[in-house]
Design a protein around this ligand. Structure first.
Ligand SMILES: [Ca+2]
Length: 318
């Protein structure tokens, strides 16, 4: 996260500019906004504003491709840690998809709120620009995803590898920006070798994850805790919403293992009485919750300061 540009925020850019002193991100007010798809998105301007939404300025806007193939999901029955909802361990095969290297930041969520006129909880916009957004419900996160889908479809600067998938063609339906499914999240966090944490099987320590502390930190602050795909903060910092359903009963999953993407657990239109799965532990929880396999579950309209999200560009199948 070298630079976060807030060009579409109007008054919000002023209030957020006070965070420009953060060493991990520079926030500046751009001279003018670039309208997505506008001919003014010239190469000269692109040197200044790679994107108007505060996405990371790298060739894939902070997305990392996770190649198609099988991975090991869940926890062994014989493993002393973990609970029954994450057992039995089994193999799941996914098509390729892209996942955000970082949790969605306050600056990125503020860009959405400013551009879409979304009614957000003020607390979600109150943190430093380069910190993960918090106090967002599952529905807030889904709204962000729908907005970013349309913005990336309509912008001439969208990297071609993403644009082609988001546009679709006669042979393949359009992909979307979405919350990750549980399976997408877990594969990106632990890779294919069945490791317990993003970095391996050794227990967490303070160099690998933000946990057991008192508050969130700037996204990407723990490179020693990177996953095999170089995805960051999959253990710790904020707990992350997935799009997958747990069920109505807190204690027992309606949607248990093995993971079956077609059994209704990926129904994004499920009512608010159905809990959603979250992953990855968070900044004041202990090390056990950092396991890549652990399934947290909460009501989708819950709004807490421990919870945020990251996004995928996904075919949504599964
Ligand atoms: Ca996290």
């Amino acid at each position: 996260m070298k630079r976060i540009v807030l060009s579409v925020l109007g008054p919000l850019a002023v209030s957020l500019s006070v965070y420009a002193q953060s060493p991990a991100a520079t926030v500046e007010q751009a001279p003018s906004a670039i309208e997505p798809g506008s001919p003014e998105t010239s190469a000269a301007q692109a040197d200044v504003l790679t994107n108007p939404w505060g996405l990371p300025e790298d060739p894939l806007l902070g997305f990392i491709e996770i190649p198609a193939g099988a991975f090991t999901m869940g926890t062994l029955i014989a493993e002393p840690e973990g609970d029954d909802g994450e057992r039995p361990q089994h193999s799941v095969t996914l098509p390729d998809y892209f996942i955000g290297k970082y949790e969605v930041t306050v600056a990125q969520f503020a860009a959405f709120v400013g551009d879409a006129g979304y009614q957000a909880d003020p607390r979600s916009l109150a943190g430093p620009a380069d910190h993960p957004v918090r106090y967002v419900t599952w529905f807030d996160a889904v709204a962000y995803c729908a907005w970013l889908t349309e913005r990336l479809r309509g912008w001439t600067g969208t990297p071609s590898v993403l644009a082609s998938r988001l546009q679709g063609d006669d042979e393949e339906p359009r992909w979307q920006v979405s919350l990750p499914s549980e399976a997408e999240w877990e594969k990106a966090a632990r890779g294919t070798d069945g490791r317990r944490y993003p970095w391996g099987d050794t227990r967490a320590d303070s160099t690998r994850a933000n946990y057991g502390g008192s508050g969130p930190t700037a996204v990407g602050g723990y490179p020693a805790g990177a996953s095999p795909y170089e995805v960051l903060d999959m253990a710790g910092n904020v707990l992350e919403w997935t799009r997958s359903l747990w069920g109505a009963d807190l204690a027992r999953p309606q949607f248990g293992y093995p993971y079956e993407p077609d059994d209704g657990r990926e129904n994004v239109d499920a009512p608010a009485t159905i809990r959603r799965v979250l992953r990855g532990g968070y900044f004041y929880l202990g090390a056990v919750g950092l396991s890549a396999a652990h399934r947290f579950r909460y009501d989708p309209d819950n709004r807490f300061g421990t919870r945020g999200f990251r996004v995928v560009v996904s075919p949504l199948s599964p």
